[in-house]
Design a protein around this ligand. Structure first.
Ligand SMILES: Cc1ncc(COP(=O)(O)O)c(C=O)c1O
Length: 352
């Protein structure tokens, strides 16, 4: 366990990817049946893929090492080389995937303004370039659910239905970066297969909030997932006795989805405690991410992160004046109280 300079346990609010496998998850991993998955011999991976495909009402799924890889595989399935992807300027696929769409998929991206989860569906529909004109036609739209840089915001079902209709009108695909789609499902109560019915491909992660140590899946039609298997191998993502990790994911899906409501409640409590300092509006906190706007306080994000780290609370400085706090499986009420105590003391001093 990480320890702070004062000797107490560190409260790590940088991301929901920092969780450690629970004893129950480790026990499940230890007894998982395995085989060489590149030969298609790993029964636990096959079971995970079938279970996740069924959850989203799709024919098939493919296990891969990371959400970046599953996003990039999926984009290559829905956009041909030289084709165009429309997405948000603050989307993970164009912000944190290091140019993967261009360098790995030969994909040209065009973006709508950074609006997080509050999509302007009519505006996006207007951006779709149809074939038959002397311009690059749009092949697919990518959306993010929940929206990471959008502060964990949830794209509404109405907006997603509107996008699907616009995409269908132009015969193009819709991909969902659903790294935290579980959180949207819990926050809005939308069934996972309802989400699944609105997308041609999804990327979903087992290691963000669900507590598995690694793993993401591409979800789609049987035909697309057959292609995805080849793309994954080309990208170096073929894995061998990986049922050990797949079992962690299966355990996470059985035990750690409904409990996300606790993380959401804690994130809201954290936001309410910090609201008096003018850094966050609790009303915008829908899931487990708490975005901090530090434009009105004396501390910038690196300074706040450094001051909090000294007292054993870790947070992520996303931009010079923007920080992020994330609740997860390893943050209980005691840890949250400690984080609130440390952060409120620092912000109180900064405000005087
Ligand atoms: C919205 C979103 N998509 C994709 C990813 C990429 O996942 P990975 O870190 O497993 O590559 C992340 C990572 O945090 C994410 O937040």
């Amino acid at each position: 366990m990480l320890r702070s300079t004062t000797g107490g346990p560190v409260v790590d609010l940088r991301s929901d990817t920092v969780t450690r496998p629970t004893p129950g998850m480790r026990a499940a991993m230890a007894t998982a049946e395995v085989g060489d998955d590149v030969f298609g011999d790993d029964p636990t991976v096959a079971a995970l893929e079938a279970e996740v495909a069924a959850m989203f009402g799709h024919e098939a799924a493919l296990f891969a090492p990371s959400g970046t890889m599953t996003n990039q595989i999926a984009l290559q399935l829905v956009v041909p080389r030289g084709g165009e992807l429309l997405t948000g300027a603050d989307g993970h696929v164009v912000t944190y995937e290091l140019g993967g769409a261009a360098t790995l998929g030969g994909i040209s991206t065009r973006t709508w303004p950074a609006v997080g989860a509050d999509l302007d569906v009519a505006g996006i529909a207007d951006m779709i370039r149809p074939a038959g004109f002397p311009s690059l036609p749009t092949s697919a739209i990518a959306v993010e659910q929940t929206h990471n840089l959008g502060g964990g915001g949830v794209v509404s079902l109405d907006a997603l239905r509107g996008l699907r209709a616009a995409a269908d009108a132009h015969g193009i695909a819709v991909h969902c970066d659903g790294a935290r789609i579980w959180h949207a499902h819990i926050a809005d109560g939308v069934p996972l297969d309802t989400y699944g019915s609105l997308f041609d491909t999804l990327s979903v992660c087992l290691s963000k909030g669900l507590g598995a140590p690694v793993g993401s899946l591409v979800v789609g039609s049987a035909e697309r997932i057959t292609q995805a298997r080849a793309v994954r191998k080309r990208m170096g993502g073929g894995m061998r006795q990986v049922g050990i990790l797949a079992e962690a994911g299966r355990y996470a899906l059985r035990h750690h989805v409904t409990r996300l409501a606790e993380d959401h409640a804690r994130a809201r409590r954290l936001a309410e405690a910090l609201e008096p300092f003018g850094v966050v509006d609790p009303a915008v906190v829908r899931t487990n991410l708490v975005p901090l706007d530090l434009t009105q306080v004396a501390l910038d994000a690196p300074a706040l992160a450094a001051a909090a780290a000294e007292q054993g609370v870790l947070l992520a400085a996303m931009l010079p004046r923007r920080a992020r706090l994330v609740t997860h499986l390893d943050v209980d009420d005691t840890a949250l109280d400690r984080a609130i105590d440390v952060l409120t003391r620092i912000l109180r001093v900064a405000g005087t």
